[in-house]
Design a protein. Structure first.
Length: 116
């Protein structure tokens, strides 16, 4: 069973930045399309960014131009650089395979709170 561990969340003021990291044992990220999802209280989990095995990236309209997804194959890590954060970005962020019906077991996620 794949175990995903997300980290890097925290409390930041509007306009701030965070970089999230996701690691897993083994070189699984290099052979899978990966994504970052988020779930705000009372809402469904949504995909916000994805990266294919060929490093093609896609973003939800709400984060386009502010978030950047990347992958370090050597460290078997997927990152999400988040800039110009807004209060509506507040959520628990998870990484997993895309599309979501191919997802492995979900990790604990990392909480991002954008507030002054």
């Amino acid at each position: 069973q794949v175990q995903l561990v997300e980290s890097g969340g925290g409390l930041v003021p509007p306009g701030g930045s965070l970089r999230l990291s996701c690691v897993a044992a083994g070189s699984i990220f290099s052979i899978n399309d990966m994504g970052w999802y988020r779930q705000a209280p009372g809402k469904q989990r949504d995909l916000v960014a994805s990266i294919t095995t060929l490093s093609t990236t896609n973003y939800a309209e709400s984060v386009k131009g502010r978030f950047t997804i990347s992958r370090d194959r050597g460290k078997n890590t997927v990152y999400l650089q988040m800039n110009s954060l807004k209060p509506e970005d507040t959520a628990v962020y998870y990484c997993n395979r895309v599309p979501s019906f191919h997802a492995w077991a979900w990790g604990q996620g990392t909480q991002v709170t954008v507030s002054s």
